[in-house]
Design a protein around this ligand. Structure first.
Ligand code: DP6
Length: 318
């Protein structure tokens, strides 16, 4: 049976950076994210026959990603499984700091679980997705999502459904190429070499508390404040890793400046940046047109994409 699942990427407002347990890919810190709506990855999975797994991404054979996909399928179905045919399609650039691995692994576990007839619940699927890619666990849920990093496992819950606080996101793409260092490798380097890593870990619960309260009170200004602070702290760990990891380019800085000017002009908007040079501007709906116009006019921005908040990963065809 062929099963297709869809998941959307999520953007962390309080970031996951660092691993407690490398082998099980357990995060060292809790995180808080929003799941997008209009960007998506669709994964089709079917099992059958002997031989080797196959993976096609956006119409091309993708041998470099096959090991990670096969490893994830082993977790969902068991390593004694039949071989899998996996076809992935996304409507946004992959491997460029736009959380494509989050939507890909979230969709993969949902499709594989259904194709194998396992029937796990959302939390179990999220834990499996998180073992493949930490941020993917959050894309099993929609709206505003909290991931709590426990000693042995992660827990997840919705803080708000996608339509309970209608935030908008404008993504400013400043470069479409693949990132130079993958986030997993970059986290390990940061933990081993950055003098800021221990204080990053120590202060995360405080940031989570502020963000959780801001969401509960629908307090955009407080959420903006803590999200930008947390993002800049994560990038400080990256910059002070040895060798340093700097994902930003000139346009990244230009976009940050534009977001600050928009805010000074009265718009409700803040930026966040992940393991790549793209800037995600989170705003209230009434500011979204102005934010998109200003970011698309920023020097070095090659494309803008816009999204509201969406639902979690789900089956779309069997
Ligand atoms: C900067 O989930 O890609 O986007 O677990 O190694 O696959 P792995 O890492 P990944 O890291 C995402 C890091 C981030 C912040 C975040 O999404 O919380």
């Amino acid at each position: 049976m062929k099963v297709t699942a869809q998941a959307q990427p999520n953007i962390a407002l309080v970031k996951y950076w660092g691993k407690r347990d490398l082998a099980r890919n357990l995060p060292a810190v809790s995180s808080l994210s929003i799941t997008l709506d209009s960007l998506w990855t669709r994964m089709s999975v079917s099992f059958g026959g002997a031989g080797t797994d196959s993976l096609e991404v956006n119409g091309a054979v993708a041998p470099t990603m096959l090991d990670r996909v096969s490893g994830c399928l082993d977790l969902v179905v068991g390593s004694e499984r039949e071989c899998a045919q996996v076809v992935s399609e996304s409507n946004f650039p992959i491997g460029a700091g736009l959380a494509s691995s989050a939507s890909a692994f979230a969709a993969l576990v949902v499709a594989a679980d259904e194709a194998a007839g396992s029937g796990r619940d959302t939390l179990m699927l999220a834990r499996l997705a998180g073992a493949a890619s930490g941020s993917a666990a959050r894309s099993l849920y929609g709206g505003i999502v909290e991931l709590t990093a426990g000693i042995d496992e992660i827990d997840l819950r919705n803080l708000a459904e996608h339509d309970e606080w209608p935030l908008e996101v404008v993504v400013a793409v400043t470069e479409k190429g693949q990132k130079p260092v993958g986030s997993g490798e970059a986290m390990v380097r940061g933990a081993g070499t950055s003098p800021f890593y221990s204080s990053w870990i120590e202060r995360q619960d405080e940031d989570m508390k502020c963000a959780r309260t801001a969401v509960a009170e629908r307090d955009f200004a407080s959420l903006a404040h803590i999200a930008e602070h947390n993002c800049l702290k994560m990038h400080s760990v990256m910059w002070t890793s040895r060798p340093p990891i700097v994902y930003w380019n000139k346009a990244t800085l230009g976009c940050m400046e534009v977001v600050r000017s928009l805010r000074a002009a009265g718009h409700s908007v803040f930026f966040t940046i992940d393991a790549g040079p793209q800037v995600k501007a989170v705003c209230l709906p009434e500011s979204a047109d102005a934010v998109e116009a200003a970011l698309s006019a920023t020097h070095g921005v090659v494309q803008t994409m816009r999204s509201g908040l969406g639902t979690g990963a789900r089956i779309i065809a069997t």
